[in-house]
Design a protein around this ligand. Structure first.
Ligand code: 0PR
Length: 377
């Protein structure tokens, strides 16, 4: 007989090295449970969760540099805010279901605002596969261009790919495979010259980047929209993504009328949304921004450097980590044997093993992983 649902336990994170999900912060877990039935998609009915969404967007606006960039205007808002018609704050973002929705919406907004019948999105080949979904759903052409040999967008290749149909340039700030950060200022210059918005996908990297010294967010002129996911490094519950926009017009472009709701319009892609995700994102940001996220950046970066050195000491080729994600060569048989022993590892397109140093990944778990590597090599 199958065990009942109540008898099943979620998988432990002890041996999970490949995921971008992690153990939620305790305050996020508690907040999620309290708002399981609240719908941020109907803010006039569920006012408390709507207020928590404004808090979350305000926190994400600080983290991405939007609050500084728009000054005293205030960056709070939620998905219906595009056309509230009251004195509420202009909407600069909302809590999505994750990076995929945020990226789809960024592409959709650019398409709506573009002055061409055949919109093209120019993205480095390192861009997450959600952009392929976006292109397919939205009927736009995705033009991917080569990276520079170290996994970052090649600025000249992006420049060469821009033409009159270009509707959006994508930069990745923390790539899924290697944790690489594209040269956002140079890409923004190109985009501004071409009169095209720049979208930065910091779904994974966004909670590390404020502390890493990169220029990546709204402090860079020309950055129009940013994806940043609380349910990854932000330690919120799943699902909680973030889409931020410099100009409320980017969200206006997404708004549809909602005749039978007490709010006039909705800019989110989904209708009913997760109150648990929103509440947990607010609670996590409240508990961790900025000091807790800074401490996690330092802890995870230190561990990534350490494990990279340990792997090199074993004669393995390691891709130098930029953010806390380590890719390295591992014989296929060893990879399979580690998975057999319960290690959850994944591979890059080029075949390297990847370890994502998420909050649940500790020195102890990595030491035990290295013991198994030694045993098998
Ligand atoms: N943008 C970037 C840079 C990403 O890395 C990801 C997800 C997304 C967008 C899409 O985000 P959502 O999955 O929230 O829609 N990157 C991980 C990946 O595809 C997602 C993931 C998470 C995979 C947890 C496995 C896992 O256990 O590898």
């Amino acid at each position: 007989m199958q065990p009942s649902v109540a008898e099943r336990r979620p998988q432990s994170f002890d041996r999970v090295l490949s995921s971008m999900c992690t153990e939620p912060h305790p305050a996020a877990r508690r907040a999620a449970e309290r708002f399981l039935a609240a719908n941020p998609g109907d803010p006039a009915t569920y006012e408390t969760i709507a207020a928590l969404e404004e808090d979350t967007v305000a926190a994400l606006a600080e983290i991405t540099g939007l609050a500084d960039a728009v000054g005293g205007e205030g960056a709070g808002g939620h998905a219906d805010g595009a056309d509230r018609g009251d004195d509420g704050p202009a909407a600069h973002g909302y809590v999505t279901s994750g990076g995929t929705e945020s990226n789809i919406q960024a592409v959709r907004s650019a398409r709506e605002r573009a002055d061409t019948d055949d919109p093209v999105v120019v993205a480095p080949e390192s861009a997450h596969f959600s952009f392929h979904k976006a292109a397919s759903v939205l009927g736009v052409d995705l033009r991917t261009v080569t990276t520079d040999g170290d996994g970052r967008a090649d600025v000249d290749a992006v420049a060469a790919a821009l033409d009159d149909d270009a509707a959006l340039v994508v930069a990745v700030a923390g790539s899924t495979e290697y944790g690489r950060v594209d040269p956002v200022p140079a890409l923004a210059d190109l985009a501004v010259d071409a009169g095209v918005p720049l979208h930065v996908d910091a779904a994974w990297g966004g909670f590390h980047l404020p502390f890493s010294g990169h220029e990546w967010g709204f402090e860079v002129d020309g950055v129009d929209t940013v994806t940043i996911d609380p349910h990854k490094v932000g330690r919120a519950a799943v699902p909680a993504g973030g889409l931020l926009a410099r100009d409320p017009a980017a969200l206006d472009a997404l708004a549809v009328d909602t005749p039978y709701l007490e709010t006039a319009s909705q800019a989110s892609l989904t209708g009913t949304r997760s109150g648990a995700g929103v509440a947990s994102a607010a609670a996590a940001a409240d508990a961790l921004w900025p000091d807790g996220y800074r401490a996690e950046y330092e802890r995870a970066s230190g561990l990534a450097e350490w494990v990279a050195d340990e792997l090199r000491d074993r004669g393995l080729r390691v891709v130098d980590p930029e953010l806390p994600l380590v890719a390295f060569d591992l014989p296929s048989a060893t990879f399979e044997a580690l998975r057999e022993r319960g290690w959850r590892l994944s591979r890059t397109g080029a075949g390297e093993a990847r370890v994502v140093v998420m909050p649940h990944v500790t020195r102890a778990s990595l030491s035990s992983f290295l013991d198994d590597v030694d045993d098998l090599l």
